[in-house]
Design a protein around this ligand. Structure first.
Ligand SMILES: C[S@@+](CC[C@H](N)C(=O)[O-])C[C@H]1O[C@@H](n2cnc3c(N)ncnc32)[C@H](O)[C@@H]1O
Length: 403
């Protein structure tokens, strides 16, 4: 572990994928066709003449195809390119077969499209580039993309498979700090103590820099430190609290991730960029500016399971501060048993000392939740509905419930 608790690992460029060459192909394995790169499912003869392996594969492909169609719906309006690409993949058995190599538990459409983007960002020279708004000044309309996508996947099957099997969807969405600024202000006001922040699923740790950014909520005032490099704009809907003039005080901060992305590693930084949708120039700008802030003020990051490490990290929190355990867009990546264990840890620590748990993607009723847990029980408040990319936050009236 490094000086600041940072885990040191060999550069990912020399990891299991090998270092991508200028064309985005992996140095090991060379050029293999899509057929060669995809897994061959075992086939078992069936008395009906239909082979069980074929049927299994058809079922798998149709479920995967559905996921791409759903993703296309989510991308509509925000990324015309990804909407079209996802629909094309949904119809193409060979590309679906490639996508099926993704590591289990990952959102496959996001992972495949990020893998394609990453190979292009690595310099792959292919006409598919001509459709990406971040890679060409005059992108071609995505309508005619199908043949190019298929050809690209054939040419770069090895590089894509490698990313599908070693990378994860770890988008570090800096813009989400726009609601953290308000919520952390609210917690400080209600608890009357400086905050000790523990972020589970911090990815590259950029959200831990939330108090280095400035905020424009359209009220006429720009909040946050005068020397902040990045100003995040966000719309406040519903019944927001009055934004605090200055950021809440932080006494302690640490981030944990199963796989910390190191912004000082060229491969990791490119992967973070690849996860940003091609049309999202503001998100890309926010990412790049936050990375510069990170280089100046790197927070402490630990690689490991945030749920397992939580009790020990809470023990490190200085007295006279309130521990705030937070995780945004993480719990949906945890198996149910891990989520249950997380809530158990929170309850058991709460019996010893009060703490705050801030999270989303747990309860069936969508939204950002704030649980204040102490020896006398827990109070839960559904703060509001958040835009996935943090561009707006719809504040709900306070209907706290005692658990
Ligand atoms: C979609 S990213 C979100 C990153 C960050 N929270 C944000 O909002 O920008 C989800 C992250 O959670 C991490 N993760 C999932 N389960 C975890 C666990 N049990 N412990 C630590 N990190 C975890 C993943 O590795 C990934 O980096």
């Amino acid at each position: 572990m490094g000086k600041s608790g940072r885990v040191r690992r060999p550069s990912r460029g020399s990891g299991p994928c090998g270092r991508p060459d200028a064309a985005g192909r992996e140095s090991a394995g060379g050029r293999r066709g899509l057929h060669a790169a995809v897994m061959v499912m075992p086939t078992v003869s069936h008395p009906s003449g239909v082979r069980a392996g074929d049927r299994w594969r058809d079922m798998e492909y149709s479920a995967l195809s559905e996921r791409f169609i759903r993703f296309a719906g989510e991308a509509a309006g925000e990324s015309p390119l990804y909407e079209v690409l996802a629909r094309e993949v949904a119809e193409d058995h060979q590309i679906l077969s490639l996508a099926s190599r993704a590591r289990p538990g990952q959102p496959v459409p996001n992972l495949l499209l990020a893998a394609v983007h990453d190979v292009l960002l690595a310099g792959a020279d292919h006409p598919l580039r001509g459709f990406y708004p971040d890679l060409t000044p005059c992108p071609a309309p995505p309508r005619a993309i199908a043949a190019y996508l298929r050809d690209f996947c054939l040419q770069h099957a090895t590089a894509l498979t490698c990313r599908l099997q070693t990378r994860r969807v770890q988008t570090n969405e800096v813009q989400r700090a726009a609601y953290l600024y308000l919520v952390f202000g609210l917690i400080q006001e209600e608890m009357g103590l400086p905050l000790s922040l523990i972020e589970i699923g911090c990815s590259a740790g950029l959200l831990l820099l939330w108090d280095r950014f400035r905020y424009d909520y359209g009220t006429g005032a720009i909040l946050g430190p005068a020397d902040g490099r990045l100003t995040l704009r966000a719309e406040l809907r519903g019944q927001p609290p009055t934004p605090p003039g200055r950021a809440a005080r932080v006494a302690f901060r640490v981030g944990v991730d199963l796989n910390v992305l190191d912004v000082r590693d060229a491969g990791d930084l490119r992967w973070l960029r690849a996860l940003v949708w091609p049309e999202a120039s503001e998100r890309r700008h926010a990412l790049d500016t936050a990375v510069r802030a990170f280089e100046e003020h790197p927070p402490r990051l630990i690689e490991g399971d945030g749920v397992e490490l939580l009790p020990a990290l809470i023990d490190e929190v200085p007295p006279g501060t309130i521990p705030v355990v937070f995780h945004l867009h993480v719990a949906n990546q945890m198996p149910a048993s891990v989520r249950e264990r997380l809530f158990e840890h929170i309850r058991s620590v709460g019996r010893r000392r009060p703490l705050v748990h801030l999270y989303n993607n747990v309860h069936p009723e969508r939204g950002l939740y704030l649980d204040v847990v102490s020896s006398t029980g827990a109070v839960r408040r559904r703060l509001g509905l958040e835009d996935g990319h943090g561009r707006w936050f719809d504040w709900l009236p306070d209907r706290s419930v005692t658990l």
